[in-house]
Design a binder for this molecule. Sequence first.
Ligand code: SF4
Ligand code: F3S
Length: 415
Amino acid sequence: MDMITRRDFIKICMSTAVSLTLTEQIIPIVGQAFAEKKVIKPPVIWLELGSCTGNSVSLENAVNPTLDQLLTDMIDLRYHWLFNAEQGDAAVKVMLDTVAKEEGNFWLVIEGSVMTADNGRYNEIFRRNGKLVTGLEAVQEFAPKAKYVISVGDCACFGGPSAAHPNPAGAKGVWDVVKTKVINVPGCPAHPDWMTGTFAHLLMYGEPELDSYNRPIMFFGKTIHELCQRRQQFEDGIFAKYPGDSGCLLKVGCKGPVTHADCPLREWNHYVNWPVKAGTPCIGCASPHFPDGMMPFYNHLPDIQTPAIAMDVKKTGAAIAVLGTGAVATHLAAGVFARRIHKHYLKGTKPGEPTAPENLEQVKQELDDLIRRQNALLSNAKKYDAVKKTRRKKSLLKRIADFWHTEDKSGDEPK
Ligand code: SF4
Ligand code: F3S
């Protein structure tokens, strides 16, 4: 039997209608590839920098025995301070030998953000010849020698909670401190499937297709909102009033519309639950702007602290943030034009809820606020390549604004 095609492999990764975990499905496929001598087990060094070890714990949630299988049957894990049998100098020697002898061949997996303040002294991760080595130094030394550099979890990818304001340690994502290409597998933590699926793809087919944030599209290609089981309630204007209530959680802070990940399909804790199913809004933990840009967690989207307004915009991702916010506005606009929002949201859905015109005024204010933020985002994102697309969004937003203001002057409601 030949190794399965990349297309079929991606289908497996994206499929959820199965009783086996993704790792359980992948291990035999990888085993087959090994048997055919099409691939060899990659030596892997897993560094933990500024983090809570949540991604390693999440990997353990690839319900056993699959973690053991992953470590023994798929990769050759040479160093991981949590899973090492040896500790101290003996373990460090194995790691340094791997870097020296397997240059261009080993994979560097990084968990946790890189502390950059004071030359990285807030995070020292091992000793070499009696001298403490910082995470910053290790990453900058090892990354150019690795075949692949993979960041797991939001901290390693984008700074994450470790980089939250006021960030005294200068925490940054790995791709901000190395020139080498970094594959980002975000999440707080990353789902075990996102990690094992990415590893298996690298092993058998090389680099997976990535988006502008270097995230594998097979796991991060769609928004939570696109996949959400409560989407129909969003469309119908049935909104939860508090976490735990039934209905779409948008008005209690759900960041699903601007967060790319497949949580609604994949689910967590061995495929039993995920935030919205448990009645709590998505707080955007897989977003490049988590957590600062996703706060306040329980305020709904038009009030979102869109990060590009305040942040130092360095990557094309900023433009994607614009598109994300624009997508919400566009969706809102589509609802207005389709009369759905007029019918359900503006009129209120339950006895006691505000009805037009009070609610209409609130929606107008929210839309104006969104347009104002969109414009601020656009002015920050002008340098980047997606700007043409955002201009198209801008003109659409202007049309929406005109629409509202015309209605405002006339005193009529949309029909
Ligand atoms: Fe689901 Fe949140 Fe979108 Fe509502 S806003 S449909 S709860 S993802
Ligand atoms: Fe995180 Fe939202 Fe998924 S909070 S776990 S990205 S549903």
